[in-house]
Design a protein around this ligand. Structure first.
Ligand code: OSB
Ligand code: MG
Length: 376
């Protein structure tokens, strides 16, 4: 597969709703779409980045820089690529910058699937025809607003409700949801690292609400204290921010730092590593689910393909396009095929076309890199 050209398009999309986490408000989505061209085929992926380095250390600016200075030249200077799983190895000498690696690798995975004439899901080894999905609800000003959103999304059939929590907006929110919607609602909380072991009394109090899990309660770079905490909680801990590699996952599992792992393609440096973590977790009986970074349609399509793998046994955060966007950059837009379910496309690659009109409306700038240009 000879790659002729790589394009970086920077997009800025307004969110339809306000989305706040314990690390702050996400005011809009600023990301890169990478497209890789080979003959008449094009592979697409979008970066998971946020405008500020508050979830991890990357931003759309750092991703753009690392791609231009290091990753694209590395790609062009390598011998011809025969399989996208070689890309992760190729990028290994460059430390971290996982979201930058993931977006270029993802576009090559899509191109490869199109080249093979199969869906991205099948290229990855996914077998599911549809996936169950949930929704992530941000921190709201009042408990009533959270309750209203929970009601709206359960009415739409979403299979898992995740609510963001932070100190002062934790037990009271979860208690109110249980009182209003009963003990059977599939409910979980995501703290985005807002607590320390000194807050153990709060986290233990949450134990009585039968949450499916509590996501990343402690520091973003911790697996030691999470292991201590897990020993004292009945509720399973799920790690998000702490897991960047399959090695991180192995260590967390060995230590008992979590019972569930949230896999985000961007955070772990691409689909190849995501699949490796999936496989490792499967053989250790650790269920996984696919997290989200407020993706537009291209990122959502990648998440759907990944979620078609067997051990994605808990509904992920990949909701429909209309959760965040007035207009999405793909067509058709991503819609629930049945209540709380998304169909895994069977057409080639990611299975969605780019909606050029919407794409161009949100486009800020575009840069093109050709093989010749890089080598000159
Ligand atoms: O921690 O999972 C998270 C959004 C941005 C950064 C981090 C997280 C999130 C979400 C939203 O929870 C998930 C989504 O709907 O895409
Ligand atoms: Mg999270």
């Amino acid at each position: 597969m000879k790659i002729d050209k790589v394009e970086l398009s920077r997009l800025r999309m307004p969110l339809k709703i306000r989305f706040e986490t314990s690390f702050g408000l996400i005011p809009f989505k600023d990301f890169l779409v990478v497209s890789v061209h080979s003959g008449n085929l094009t592979g697409y992926a979008e970066s998971a980045s946020l405008p500020y380095p508050v979830y991890n250390e990357e931003t759309t600016g750092t991703i753009s820089y690392i791609l231009k200075e290091f990753l694209i030249p590395k790609l062009f200077s390598s011998e011809s690529i025969t399989h996208p799983s070689e890309i992760h190895e190729l990028f290994k000498p460059i430390r971290r910058h996982n979201m930058a690696k993931a977006v270029l690798e993802g576009a090559i995975w899509d191109l490869y699937a199109k080249h093979q004439g199969v869906s991205l899901a099948r290229a990855l080894g996914g077998k599911k025809r549809e996936i169950e999905v949930g929704v992530s609800i941000g921190i709201e000003d009042t408990v009533e607003e959270v309750l209203e959103k929970v009601g709206k999304f359960t009415d739409e059939g979403y299979k898992k409700i995740k609510v963001k929590i932070k100190p002062g907006q934790d037990v009271k929110v979860i208690r109110a949801i249980r009182e209003e919607y009963g003990p059977d609602l599939p409910l979980m909380a995501d703290a985005n690292s807002a607590y320390t072991l000194n807050d153990i009394h709060i986290l233990k109090e949450l134990d009585q609400y039968n949450l499916i899990m509590i996501e990343q309660p402690l520091a973003h770079d911790d697996i030691i204290d999470h292991a201590k905490l897990q020993k004292q909680l009945v509720t399973p801990i799920c790690l998000d921010e702490s897991i960047h590699t399959a090695e991180d996952a192995r260590k967390a599992i060995e230590l008992g730092s979590c019972k569930i792992i949230n896999i985000k393609v961007g955070r772990v440096g691409g689909l190849t590593e995501a699949k490796k973590i999936h496989d490792l977790c499967e053989s250790n009986h650790i269920p996984v689910w696919c997290g989200g970074m407020l993706e537009a349609g291209i990122g959502r399509a990648h998440n759907i393909a990944l979620s078609s793998l067997n051990n994605f046994s808990i509904p992920g955060d990949t909701s429909a396009s209309d959760r965040y966007w007035a207009y999405d950059i793909v067509q058709p837009e991503i819609i629930l095929s049945k209540p709380g379910k998304l169909e895994v496309p069977t057409s080639h690659g990611i299975g969605y076309e780019i909606n050029k009109t919407v794409f161009d409306q949100y486009l800020i700038n575009k840069e093109t890199f050709t093989n010749e240009l890089i080598l000159q």
